[in-house]
Design a protein around this ligand. Structure first.
Ligand code: GLY
Length: 344
């Protein structure tokens, strides 16, 4: 017997001996549930927001956090929690996601939504829906009750209706504020490209949530009305799995808000999760890299991210992002970019 084979045998023996020795299992802490939400990113500045507006947005964020936390606190699933958190924002006219959604150029509303369950990477999405009151419920129904991942246009509304979801007339989504934004944009057009005229508020506005539940499952959800005066039929990143929404257990969950055309081209949500999975980056670093790619192409916006251990990060390259988080340890909301240490 050679020295080499003796060494291998000895090592194998040691290995088997080690295997045979009973080892006390390390106590594994149950994951703490954690939920993060966003209500859109953009040029959101303290100096242009009244205290009343700030209080109203904060109340809207807290309502969404409370709805999601109620699910998680009772041991519910991350996917139920992100859905529960998104619904109040879809119903709140401050946010561009349902009632109060922006108008398309033709004076209608077309809504997009998606949801993903990190347990099995099951997903559902709807694009261009005009009649279902809560698009996130339609996306969830696609995931749970169809063999498909995405429905678009009238077929998506028909599917939602057949699922027994609450349907509304398209004017349900109208608000004076959004009508004025459409009128201002169309009146100032004078042959110029709309892209150059839209304010951030007219370009951005999406809601979303990411969560980890107490079983360690991840999920993400995103809904939007898109951008003011968008062309009929335009679809942004919000309903696209891998662009605005992604969730994979043990890796990360992402919901994005920003200029959809750029987020689609970068595949922001999947890029972030792939960097976490294959490059071993933190969700914050991976998100900064993906948003850097968005910026290189000329886009901006932000993401909320959570990793498989429940660490949350908010990353955005705009001056503000409506955002918040809640866990068993407490909750917080924020709107403006916090000055970095050392800033004047
Ligand atoms: N991020 C929303 C949109 O571009 O439609």
């Amino acid at each position: 017997m050679t020295l080499k084979s003796l060494t291998i045998l000895a090592a194998t023996g040691l290995f088997l001996a080690a295997c045979a020795t009973p080892v006390e299992p390390e106590p594994v802490a149950a994951p703490e549930w954690h939920l993060a939400i966003h209500g859109g990113a953009g040029v959101i500045l303290r100096e242009t927001m009244t205290p009343e507006e700030e209080a109203a947005y904060t109340a809207g964020l807290n309502e969404a956090l409370a709805a999601g936390a109620a699910v998680l606190r009772e041991g519910g699933s991350a996917v139920d929690a992100v859905q529960a958190a998104v619904i109040p924002m879809e119903n709140n006219p401050l946010f561009n996601a349902g009632y109060g959604a922006v108008f398309a150029a033709n004076g209608t509303h077309e809504l997009d939504a998606s949801i993903m369950d990190g347990r099995d990477r099951d997903a559902g999405a709807v694009a261009g829906v005009m009649r279902v009151k809560n698009p996130i419920l339609a996306a969830r129904a696609v995931m749970d009750n169809s063999e498909h991942v995405m429905f678009a246009g009238p077929g998506a509304d028909q599917f939602a209706d057949a699922q027994g979801l609450e349907m509304v007339v398209n004017t349900y989504f109208d608000t004076d504020r959004r009508r004025q934004a459409l009128d201002r944009l169309l009146e100032s057009r004078e042959g110029k490209p709309l892209a150059a005229l839209r304010t951030d508020e007219e370009r951005f506005g999406t809601v979303g949530a990411v969560a980890i539940d107490s079983a360690g499952n991840l999920a993400a959800a995103t809904t939007t009305g898109g951008m003011t005066a968008k062309a009929a039929g335009r679809v942004g990143d919000a309903p696209l799995i891998g662009a605005a929404t992604y969730a994979e257990n043990g890796v990360c969950a992402v919901s994005a808000t920003g200029h959809g055309e750029y987020f689609i081209r970068v595949g922001v949500a999947k890029t972030i999760c792939d960097r976490v999975k294959f490059e071993d980056e933190s969700v914050g670093v991976a998100a900064a890299v993906a948003l850097g790619e968005v910026a290189d192409l000329g886009g901006d916006g932000g993401v909320i991210v959570i990793d498989g251990a429940g660490n949350v990060d908010f990353v955005f390259n705009s001056p503000g992002m409506y955002r918040g988080e809640i866990s068993a340890s407490g909750s917080s909301t924020a709107i403006f970019r916090e000055p970095a240490a050392g800033d004047e």
